[in-house]
Design a protein around this ligand. Sequence first.
Ligand code: PLP
Length: 432
Amino acid sequence: MGSAAPASSALLHRTLHKEYAEAVGGDGVYVIRSDGSRVLDGCCGAAVSCLGHSDKVVIDAIVKQAQKMPFVHGSFFTNGPAEQLAKLLVDSSDGAFSKAVFLSSGSEAVETALKLARQHHLCNGQPQRWKYIAREGSYHGNTIGALSASHNPQRRVPFAPLLSPAFRHVAPCFFSRDGSLGEDEEAYVERLLAEYEKVFQQEGPETIAAMIVEPVAGATLGAVPAAEGYLSGLRQLCDRHGVLLIFDEVMCGLGRVGTTHAWQSLGDIKPDLQTIGKGLAAGYQPISGVLIGPSIVESMEHGEHGSPFISAHTYQAHPIACAAALATQHTIASRHLLDNVQEMGILLRQSLSRLPHVREVRGIGLFLAVEFASQTGKPMASSVAQACLEGGAAVYLCASLVDAVMLAPPFIIANEEVEELVAILERAIVAV
Ligand code: PLP
């Protein structure tokens, strides 16, 4: 184990009841602790470090941009890296989006998408659309709007009085958990969509601004991909009622499932707005974004009740962060890393399926979760994650709604590193 940060640390950590090993470096898929020991990053922190921890191309791009022009404020100037990044992402979307805005965190991206949806309706003379439909077991961020959309009980409870009443939560799409006995996936999706229609009617569809969904549910439920027919059903439901569809791809997007956008692996159903984050600059800089569909741009530009978008942040379109993101996305393309995501995803999934005490391995690409079948009835995931870290690999502990850990290693992971990760996980399961 690496030496821990001192208990007297002035830094407020995520919990005051634990000491954290200090990370001092990175080498490919490994994080190096202060005592020189290495931890195989099996989850990229939280699906962030998709190029691993020592990518020279991205580091050089950051240094170059910092030397050239570190910052300009968006109310005075645009900048090259932000313009190029927006174009690259718009061009990657098969016409789904015509503009992009860049923020610093996934939560800010979600807040911005929610506001853009409201703004779209205001511009179209529909101020009565202020409600949002989100899903149970979702996570969209920690700021008050994003947390209102989220449905992670642990994170919501302390702040319940602050959360917005504009959000109504419906069941997520989770066939392996929620499908009824004798019901096939198609019938399950049909039943779920009929329930959503009922909720829309109860709320008054003309009062709903948008529905927000993670196409592959991430941190809370553990890599649950939308079932076949679900996203197209959602698209039809929203279109029927003039409701915008927001995909939150902060965790599952930008190559994590083997295609640039997760929806490209899930029936090619396009949203009106999409949030991105985490893998955008692979963690080399903090950056997130919202990709914006043409109908929203059109209504803001030409809507009868058009007005400027009243939501700006100081670090919006930050040149160094955008340069890092641009270099990350170019590297993913030039090294054909999405092929590796697909290939290593299959290998990892097969290897995980052979582990003991596993109820289900689920997910897509390099966005996988292992849900445990505890023999004692006591949840295992937390102890397994801890034993893994002690054994030299980091895996992501899902929220307490499921007894599961998530695996989301860097896109550059090689065969032998997959084997090492699974071996460490197996030893941890057996030890627990
Ligand atoms: N949306 C999703 C799907 C996420 O998984 C997260 C973070 O885990 C967020 C939004 C919030 O991102 P951030 O932690 O960067 O604010």
